[in-house]
Design a binder for this molecule. Structure first.
Ligand SMILES: *[C@@H]1O[C@H](CO)[C@@H](O)[C@H](O)[C@H]1NC(C)=O
Ligand SMILES: *[C@@H]1O[C@H](CO)[C@@H](O)[C@H](O)[C@H]1NC(C)=O
Ligand SMILES: *[C@@H]1O[C@H](CO)[C@@H](O)[C@H](O)[C@H]1NC(C)=O
Ligand SMILES: *[C@@H]1O[C@H](CO)[C@@H](O)[C@H](O)[C@H]1NC(C)=O
Ligand SMILES: *[C@@H]1O[C@H](CO)[C@@H](O)[C@H](O)[C@H]1NC(C)=O
Ligand SMILES: *[C@@H]1O[C@H](CO)[C@@H](O)[C@H](O)[C@H]1NC(C)=O
Ligand SMILES: *[C@@H]1O[C@H](CO)[C@@H](O)[C@H](O)[C@H]1NC(C)=O
Ligand SMILES: CC(=O)N[C@H]1CO[C@H](CO)[C@@H](O)[C@@H]1O
Length: 675
């Protein structure tokens, strides 16, 4: 089977090569209302001067985009924005910004020769447009290369200093494919399936569940989908794993793949762990550059008055492939992944004509090595492999997860802890890291000034994660995710078959309601030493649903035994949270009535991770002093109370919890029995 796939893969390459060999170069045809780029493999039609992709002709199909949609609703860049400061129109929690497809007003040819066509669609802002359009100059570019089975798009957004404040909530590129053809969606090797039709979500065929995006398929056109839940958020994807996804039109004689390839994460907001929508029922393909999903209002890009800004989003590649035989269409996915590797290797591209897109020699490089020293575990300086190291706008440790306006450049350390971050755009950055297995965030103390062609060596960096004393006990793995905890099976009424017997079980709909099924009256109790966090720690501390459509806050207990307590020492409770939504965490020790509690987080988080089937949102770390006088020799209890109780989606996803003993008086006494 492996062999057959590999063989077919080579064959496919061969067929594509043949197509290239006969290519006639790129032609540009400018019509009154449209512009057509054609390289003999693909023909792309855009509206003139709006710059909306209205047609993609490929492999004998005159349009891969949804011909039933109006032209403006086929392939487009868009933003969701609002006026800034006190002019904002977003009222209350449900307020939404203004959606704008950024239709351009001016079409310009930038490059047109046999090898390459690059065209530009611009929309310039001025004060007469205040309140009506986002104060941005927009330049949308489209590129076609000869012999290339697809096309590129990128855009330059610019906000001038003297322009008014505004908020940018969301921006992306969307393609709406033909529903009569594209029926198989691929997000990843283990996330692909035949998909329902958009019609199945209509009131006649579907039943809206707890929010409009989640629909129970009651009477789908294809009966095989009956009883499943469809929700686009079940297909969201972390930025680091979101380089290619798309759709296949499966036809035994002539299958076609249509793929969105994002060759770099540098322009996406908020770092490698940020989750974005990808493909979903429509059939829709999105390349999202910025959104507030799984993060909340902290990620709204807020531009003040006097804040000049310019950013290049993309280029991304829309790649097409086809297969004209009876073999598995999954070969198209394998080929799309190989194409993605090729695109990543070609990054930064040499062909974009805008001087705002910098080539490799205009960018810089930063190298070094990361070691971790976690005292009380080991005195050694340990090289860590697979740790994320990145450059992002200057800020506090961990600020990268909320940073949106600049570019970010990330890599992972090798087996010996070495890292090399290449092709960094000039500018001032901080260097950040986090390491699976350790809590907290690393930040290098110096600002790093990247210039064209620079090669900066930062040497050996040592991350000393937060640690005051020896571990008395711990729950979970410090990895910014709640995936290691107990994730229940979904209610059989609300299944997505893709996630049955799948490692991403957490993506099923409605798991928040399973808590009340498992713990109808008494809350979760975890006993250190006997409980197993993969079975006994529910992945989210959600509210408990009562009969009356009301909800209750909950109090979870951690029981633990101490053989000895130093009543004059200070213990430390480390609470790493993987996500919070409109929740307040209160902590009490050995006295469930203590008022005030030992600790309260206040009401924090707007990440909406629970409703969106995420396993993490933003990372939070709280370090809480616990005086030895609060503890007793023998059994102790920590009470974790989540007080908020308005909705089913409020709650906390824990990442990791640890109790540290007091610091040793002499670190050399660490083998002391008095822990
Ligand atoms: C809005 O903010 C501006 C500048 O901060 C201020 O001058 C103005 O008075 C405010 N308007 C209202 C209605 O609050
Ligand atoms: C259109 O854009 C081109 C290139 O940016 C510029 O030279 C031209 O003046 C613009 N035309 C209009 C009507 O804005
Ligand atoms: C401002 O923009 C509008 C809309 O594009 C345009 O009609 C108008 O001529 C522009 N005004 C100036 C002064 O450029
Ligand atoms: C970084 O370098 C640029 C260009 O050389 C310079 O304009 C900028 O002031 C520098 N920033 C710092 C913090 O040194
Ligand atoms: C249901 O909720 C209402 C309003 O919150 C309350 O007045 C009523 O007593 C509740 N009924 C039951 C059976 O709990
Ligand atoms: C208990 O903690 C206090 C304060 O840190 C320290 O001075 C004392 O030596 C500790 N006692 C023991 C037995 O470790
Ligand atoms: C402490 O807790 C354990 C386990 O919950 C229990 O078996 C034991 O009896 C308790 N000891 C005391 C002194 O309460
Ligand atoms: C000081 C205090 O409240 N101690 C309590 C700690 O918790 C244990 C077990 O719940 C109780 O037995 C203690 O009285």
């Amino acid at each position: 089977m492996e062999f057959v796939n590999h063989f077919m893969f080579l064959m496919l390459q061969f067929i594509i090569v043949l197509a290239y060999a006969t290519n006639p170069g790129v032609r540009l045809d400018i019509q009154e209302k449209h512009v057509v780029m054609d390289n003999g493999i693909v023909q792309v039609t855009l509206s003139n001067p709006e710059g909306i992709v209205t047609g993609i002709q490929y492999n004998g199909v005159d349009n891969l985009l949804e011909v039933l949609n109006p032209e403006a609703d086929r392939g487009y860049w868009d933003i969701v924005w609002d006026q800034g400061g006190n002019k904002t129109t977003k009222k209350g929690k449900k307020g939404k910004g203004k959606f704008d497809r950024m239709e351009a007003t001016n079409f310009t040819v930038i490059v047109a020769n046999e090898e390459q066509v690059e065209i530009s669609f611009t929309r310039m802002w001025n004060f007469s447009l205040e309140g009506k359009l986002a104060p941005l100059n927009i330049d949308k570019r489209f590129i076609m290369l000869s012999g290339s089975s697809g096309f590129y798009t990128y855009a330059i957004y610019e906000h001038l200093k003297e322009w008014p404040a505004f908020d940018l909530d969301n921006t992306r590129v969307a393609f709406k494919l033909r529903k009569d053809k594209f029926n198989y969606m691929v997000i990843a090797d283990d996330r692909q399936r035949f998909m329902p039709l958009p019609d199945d979500r209509s009131p006649e065929r579907g039943q809206v569940l707890a929010y409009p995006e989640a629909v129970l398929l009651v009477d789908p056109v294809e009966p095989e989908f009956k009883g499943e839940v469809d929700d686009k958020y079940e297909y969201s994807c972390e930025s680091r794993h979101n380089s290619v996804h798309g759709w296949i039109s499966i036809d035994p004689l002539d299958s076609i793949g249509c793929w969105l390839i994002t060759p770099s994460l540098e322009f996406r907001s908020a770092g490698p762990l940020k989750q974005y929508l990808a493909s979903h029922v429509g059939p829709t393909m999105l390349s999202v550059f910025h959104s507030t999903h799984y993060s909340g209002a902290d990620l709204i890009m807020k531009f003040g008055p006097n804040e000049p800004w310019k950013k290049v989003y993309g280029p991304i590649f829309i790649y097409l492939n086809s297969l004209s035989n009876g073999f598995s269409p999954i070969i198209l996915w394998e080929d799309a992944k190989q194409q993605t590797v090729n695109e990543i290797e070609s990054w930064p591209y040499t062909f974009p004509a805008s001087e705002d897109f910098l080539s490799s020699d205009q960018r810089g490089k930063v190298e070094g090595r990361l070691l971790v020293r976690d005292r009380y575990i080991s005195d050694a300086f340990i090289p860590v492999s697979g740790a994320y190291v990145g450059l992002a706008a200057t800020g506090d440790a961990g600020s990268w997860q909320r940073e949106c306006k600049g570019y970010q450049f990330w890599t992972v350390t090798d087996d010996k802890g070495y890292f090399s971050i290449i092709d960094i755009l000039p500018g001032d950055y901080n260097l950040y890291s986090w390491v699976t297995g350790y809590i907290g965030d690393y930040q290098y103390e110096n600002v790093i000034n990247v210039t064209s062609g620079c090669e900066i060596t930062v040497g050996e960096l040592v991350y000393e994660p937060p640690r005051d004393g020896p571990t008395l006990w711990e729950i979970g793995i410090p990895d910014r995710s709640a995936a290691e905890f107990y994730v229940p099976d979904p209610n059989p009424k609300y299944v997505n078959k893709l996630y049955v017997n799948h490692p991403d079980k957490f993506r099923q709909y409605g798991l928040w309601e399973r808590y009340a099924d498992l713990y109808p009256n008494e809350d979760l109790v975890y006993t250190v030493g006997t409980s197993d966090y993969s079975k006994d720690w529910f992945f989210a501390q959600v509210t408990r649903k009562k009969d009356n459509n009301t909800y209750q806050g909950t109090t979870w207990k951690i029981n633990f035994n101490l053989d000895y307590v130093n009543t004059s020492g200070t213990y430390k409770l480390r609470l790493a949270l993987a996500s919070v939504h409109a929740a307040e965490l209160q902590i009490r020790i050995n006295n469930s009535e203590a008022n005030p509690p030992l600790f309260s987080s206040g009401v924090i988080g707007k990440e909406n991770t629970i409703a969106r089937h995420g396993i993490h949102g933003l990372y939070w770390l709280f370090s809480i002093d616990v005086q030895g006088t609060l503890l007793v020799q023998g059994n102790n209890t920590i009470f974790l109370t989540q007080t908020q109780n308005i909705s089913p989606f409020q709650g906390i996803l824990y990442d990791y919890i640890r109790l540290e003993g007091p610091p040793y008086v002499n670190y050399e006494d660490k083998n002391s029995t008095f822990l």
